[in-house]
Design a protein around this ligand. Structure first.
Ligand SMILES: *Cc1c(COP(=O)(O)O)cnc(C)c1O
Length: 229
């Protein structure tokens, strides 16, 4: 078995275990394989291994991969987005995970032919280094989004802080779930808000236990090519 296959098998076992622990169905969880730090060749191997959701965090990285990979997969844009780059990615992505500014919504409204699946990025931990809407501003931000019918708010996204304290990470994911439920209950026309994009290489199991429907896994899945694996 290749190193890639071994990593995939391990992740699959961990996901199954987290699902079992939480009484969830495996089919409710989508793995976005984050290929931002690896070549198109490695990304292609990941696709050949059966993954259909791939994530990139820079417009240039995304367009480069799309030029080299013709497979019919879902590309997720997970990084910071500038308004002027919206047009470069808009026709290629199935989901944008990082919507947190009105200027981006305006640009999507202007450029998109069909509604774009967006996650609103929420900064639950309050870290200054992270982008995202503060929880207390979330509801008014999402209400303002009803002006943009090309923005379809499928759910909320967060990045937990890079810390060891599992209890703290779990609290953040729990808060995300509560926020998601609250927005969902508003019944806004363009904000079904049923999904939760949370969990990365270090915390995807906790995220699944706490309700994640999309986990974004990079290094633990795709490896680190510079390290020779
Ligand atoms: C890089 C990245 C990931 C994946 O990170 P890993 O720790 O490598 O799994 C997930 N989400 C976002 C927004 C990222 O930028």
């Amino acid at each position: 078995m290749s190193k890639l296959q071994q990593r995939i098998q391990k992740i699959e076992e961990n996901i199954q275990a987290a699902c079992e622990k939480a009484g969830r169905k495996r089919s409710d969880i989508h793995v976005v394989a984050v290929t931002k730090s690896v070549s198109s060749t490695r990304a292609k191997e990941v696709i050949d291994a059966g993954f259909t959701h791939l994530g990139e965090n820079r417009p240039d990285g995304l367009t480069e991969k799309i030029e080299q990979i013709t497979d019919d997969v879902n590309w997720h844009f997970i990084g910071n987005l500038q308004s002027r780059r919206v047009r470069d990615i808009i026709d290629h992505v199935s989901h944008i995970h990082s919507l947190s500014r009105t200027s981006i919504a305006k640009e999507i409204q202007k450029r998109a032919e069909n509604p774009i699946n967006c996650f609103i990025q929420v900064n639950v931990s309050g870290e200054a280094s992270k982008s995202g809407i503060a929880p207390k501003e979330l509801e008014s931000f999402i209400e303002a989004m009803t002006n943009y019918d090309k923005v379809r708010i499928v759910g909320l996204m967060t990045m937990a802080p890079n810390i060891e304290d599992e209890a703290e990470i779990r609290m953040i994911f729990k808060e995300m779930r509560a926020l998601r439920d609250r927005i969902h209950a508003l019944n806004l026309p363009n904000a079904p808000c049923t999904e939760l994009s949370m969990g990365m290489s270090n915390d995807y199991e906790i995220a699944i236990e706490e309700g994640a429907t999309y986990v974004r896994i990079g290094t633990a899945l795709v490896g680190e090519e510079s390290g020779g694996d």
